[in-house]
Design a protein around this ligand. Structure first.
Ligand code: SF4
Ligand SMILES: [Zn+2]
Length: 313
């Protein structure tokens, strides 16, 4: 249930790169956080290949297989706001405001087998190109061509949202978890020999606990508790080693969350979150307008004569 007292949401970014953003949300109802997650997954637009015209394909892969792979290639969509959705565009079929054309043409000229990668797709718009990672500059492997085989095709990318097809979602992961509350019993720790303390510290797969080199003290550093994933490994370790009560793991507050968003590379992660919050505000405005309208109509109905209402409704 939404708590009217909790009306002062606070956001704090823990880490942020183009690929991934981690932030905390405090004083927010779980329904709001879940709405944000659903908007992130289904309503942030990006460009993806929607139509493919195969001109020549002598590879071993059938045309529909290649077309499906092309659709799943992330395309840079930093300027997605400049494009129209195809259904909203003024053109009759395709135009530069709603579509971007890409071409691919490769042939294995020698006896050696060659790979065809997403970076081989040549775009007519430099703002919409296959996403490239510095570690894999050729991009995603689409198919392989043996001696003499070739592939030639034209593709058209359009703007869409993940709710209509997952290929349009610029988000590869959007998850949230409650804030963990991890507490240690100092009395039990003081009673443990160093080798037991070491075993306990290493029982946590997320390095929530830290210690000095001699394992004389065990601590949870500021912010490290956010790494906890409620796996209960530490609690199980304590029970198996007859140290019940050594550690307690539970949810801290019902209104505090950690949110993690990962991008496919088509839009920077921070921009995805910003677009999602803007989308949420638009939806809330629509909701407010609708409830205002209903409220106005109820006021009019309430001012009418009761007898008239009964006979008319
Ligand atoms: S519940 Fe799992 S992740 Fe959390 S502190 Fe214990 S062992 Fe570490
Ligand atoms: Zn158009």
């Amino acid at each position: 249930m939404i708590n009217p007292q909790k009306n002062d949401p606070k956001i704090r970014i823990l880490s942020c790169t183009d690929e991934k953003i981690v932030f905390t949300l405090r004083e927010v109802d779980v329904s709001v956080v879940n709405s944000l997650r659903r908007i992130l997954l289904g309503e942030i637009p990006s460009m993806a290949i929607e139509m493919v015209e195969i001109i020549n394909n002598t590879s071993v892969l059938p045309d529909p297989f290649i077309a499906h792979r092309l659709g799943l290639i992330p395309l840079t969509s930093n300027y997605i706001q400049d494009f129209n959705f195809p259904q909203d565009c003024n053109c009759t079929s395709t135009c530069d405001n709603c579509c971007v054309d890409l071409q691919l043409s490769r042939k294995a000229e020698t006896e050696q087998e060659i790979g065809v990668y997403s970076a081989d797709l040549i775009s007519t718009n430099p703002r919409v190109t296959p996403v490239r990672d510095p570690e894999t500059p050729r991009g995603i492997l689409l198919l392989k061509l043996s001696a003499g085989q070739q592939i030639s095709l034209k593709a058209t990318a359009k703007k869409g949202i993940g709710r209509h097809h997952a290929k349009f979602s610029p988000v590869s992961c959007a998850v949230f978890s409650y804030e963990p509350d991890v507490r240690l019993s100092q009395a039990i720790i003081d009673d443990m020999p160093a080798n037991e303390k070491e075993a306990f510290v290493t029982s946590c797969p997320k390095q929530v606990f830290s210690s000095d080199p001699m394992f004389s003290v065990i601590k949870i550093h500021d912010q490290d508790h956010w790494n906890c994933m409620f796996c209960q490994e530490c609690v199980n370790w304590a029970e198996e080693n007859h140290r019940e009560g050594l550690v307690i793991v539970k949810h801290r507050e019902p209104n505090n969350f950690k949110f993690t968003v990962e991008s496919t590379g088509s839009i920077p992660a921070a921009m995805i979150v910003k677009l999602a919050i803007q989308q949420m505000m638009k939806k809330l405005d629509l909701c407010r307008q609708a409830t205002d309208n209903i409220g106005n109509q109820l006021t009019v109905l309430g001012s009418l004569d009761g007898e008239y209402l009964e006979s008319d409704l």
